[in-house]
Design a protein around this ligand. Sequence first.
Ligand code: TPP
Ligand code: MG
Length: 655
Amino acid sequence: MSSIDNKSVNTLRVLGAEIISSVNSGHPGIVLGAAPILHTLFTRHLNINPSDPTWFNRDRFILSAGHGSILLYMLLHLSGYKISMDDLKQFRQKGSLTPGHPEWRHTPGVEISTGPLGQGFATAVGLAIGESFLDAKFNKYDNDIVDHYTYVLCGDGDLQEGVCQEAASLAGHLGLNKLIVLYDSNDVQLDGNVELANTESVEQKFKAMNWNYLRVEDGNNVEDIDKAISLAKENPTKPTIIEIKTIIGYGAPNSGESSIHGKPMNAEAIQELRKNLGYTSNPFSIDDDVYAFYKKNVADRGYNVCTLWNKTLNDYSNKYPEDFKLFSDIMYDDIKVPSFDELPKYEVGSSESTRKVMGKIVDYLSSKMPNILGGSADLTASTMVKGADGIFGEANPLGRNIKFGVREHAMAAITNGITLHGGLRGFCAGFFVFSDYLKPAVRVAAIMKLPSLFFFSHDTVCVGEDGPTHQPVEQLAMFRCMPNVNLFRPADAKEMEAALLYAFEQKEYPTVIVSTRQNVETLAETKPEAISKGAYVVYEPKSALEGIYVTCGSEVQLCLEAAKKLDSEGVGVRVVSMISQFLFDNQDASYKEKILPSKITKRLAVEMGASMPWYKYASNVLGIDTYGASMPLKYIHETYGFTVSNIYEAYKKLK
Ligand SMILES: Cc1ncc(C[n+]2csc(CCOP(=O)(O)OP(=O)(O)O)c2C)c(N)n1
Ligand SMILES: [Mg+2]
């Protein structure tokens, strides 16, 4: 290792350990162990342009082992992103630019929020899919405008996560050769040695999943790491995992032990670290030669690569003006979403399941929007939702239908990755009940305010015969209480169309749309133009207003009929279609008061799901607070009390 490589690596190590100790919080083990890996990646391979952090063709680097955040922040600081030494010293402090785990949109240069192990790895697969698709769509024999790698640093813990297995399996199947995972293999994790929990061979496992496996025996050997990354970049058909043997907490008195994983070192231990590394520079500082080395090898190198790319793009715009126009629209996220009037019309009184409508409209939107990519977890025939242009894969990299297989968790994380890539709209689909399997990825999307799209069918116990394991009850409550998640539960075809348009327009929040398995009638009363408010009056009685049904989804029709019956008897009950509690909660007080006037306290919320989310709007709820049961659909409504007559009676019983 050259002396400057050595000095840079040791600067990362000592400064990282010092910062962690000074704030008494953080994870020194990975910083000390993995510093040479990321030093090599950043100074020799990673093409980024810190003066233009969102440069479209930059390499993406994902720190899946998010607990190593300070290492990433130091590298970003050295690379020239707008992160100062003071910011580094404020690590993990209130309001700082350098929070506990990397946060997207918070710290420049951070590509994704990580911390939940496995999630970063799986999301990276989506980024690689995005690159591969855009490469196939736009590159010409003489001109590559999309040509970047997706790098991941992961640890033992990442690889133990189920989501990682799912994502790795799919990445191997798809042959995503631009995906390169650097595995910080130190045989240690939080609670002790990895062998206490794992015996499998990572090599054999990844090879079996169609990955290229490389190994670096000495994680301090920058040249060997460099060579392995170069080799990985050349693989034409497979993603690569480079297992790099490191020593956790390298240089610390307790190196190689789990006690160094997440415990700040004391002053004595830091002194010993300095001695062991032969490091003599001042505390809390970086010497000029290290800054200069990074400037030359990261910032200037990246700037030059970016400048070259701009020339290539310019060339491309002259030679291929039409493709360039589309590329620009995609790059600047400027693809137009069709208007409601362009969508297929559904006649009032016609009957169709909202899942079928969802499938049709996603097909239609895909035909108009070339940036939509997605698919389902082996449930296309049931959810009715799929991507366009055939199945995405090596044989058809322009396919926009991703066969995720029964891998819900990775599917959602990959959807986040596709969306994060930039320019693309990722969506995925499955049975609503199995949204449990992918909730952690929706949560990360919500934290990031990433507009990923999660489409589900079979929204209630109306699933019927498949029984309680397949009948969602509490999942609506789960998503409604997740901050930043917009859940739509449309009443009919018109509301579904409007919800889909709204979702594809969205740039700030993830959207969840749930659809019915069973047919529902297209209602005269529904107002697609009102769904952006989250709730609206779908039926206003002729009789004097005395009460309100608050409802959504397939129950809107039932409430309409009950309200009409009550109206005919002189009892005035309004019906509110609350398609999105999230959007309604975000309306101003006067709109809320208009829809749910405070003086009208006689209110009944009606939904075939857990009652919990409704008490905000009504003190009485007709819900389902048990698991379902297997039976044909025709018995379901009667069994759970969701008939017009019961909804009518339930209102009459209100005090
Ligand atoms: C999903 C999830 N579970 C648990 C944790 C808590 N956690 C953070 S790091 C870690 C140990 C991971 O071990 P490894 O990846 O080998 O990291 P190393 O100790 O080598 O730094 C654990 C359990 C987490 N961040 N995410
Ligand atoms: Mg480890």
